[in-house]
Design a protein around this ligand. Sequence first.
Ligand SMILES: Cc1cc2nc3c(=O)[nH]c(=O)nc-3n(C[C@H](O)[C@H](O)[C@H](O)COP(=O)(O)O)c2cc1C
Length: 166
Amino acid sequence: MRILVVAASKHSSTTEVADLIGTELGSLGHDVRREPVETAETGDAEAVVLGSAVYMSRWMAPARDFAERNAAVLAAVPTWVFSVGLVGAEADDPLRIEEKVLDKVSPVGAAAFTGRLDSAILSLRERSVTRLTQAPEGDQRDWHAVRAWARSIDAELREHLAAGTG
Ligand SMILES: Cc1cc2nc3c(=O)[nH]c(=O)nc-3n(C[C@H](O)[C@H](O)[C@H](O)COP(=O)(O)O)c2cc1C
């Protein structure tokens, strides 16, 4: 199936998670379009995967804007959403996915992945925020979990297709 994979990222850890999701779906035989979330069009996509890094408890604006701009399409085609953040930074919301986005998109599935915090590449302001939240330093990304989620999207898409045609 034709799948559009887009994600908002500031320091590239979410971009790399989206890249792996795209690669994995491609290796399972899908026709994947991996595009910048700022400019991507849903076009002829038959499914969409939309992700964002979480900053200050929120999805980044480009991902929220994408959901807003494409709300009608995303409600009509099977859509999966994912967040990348740091466990513990926002313990009250395990999925860390913007509620407004969930309302708009009604995703088939949602996932939250742990990200990467490298204080060497952060601005002073960012560093002071992360000190306050006591987010753990380092690359916490679980590539195995990301790959497994991509495979579950493939399985759910096949079910979706079978339900639609059967
Ligand atoms: C200033 C700042 C604020 C953050 N706020 C949150 C937060 O509210 N919740 C969370 O789960 N992670 C938070 N994080 C962790 C980031 O989501 C994590 O570092 C993520 O991997 C960044 O993605 P990116 O490299 O794609 O920009 C924050 C990180 C920074 C630097």
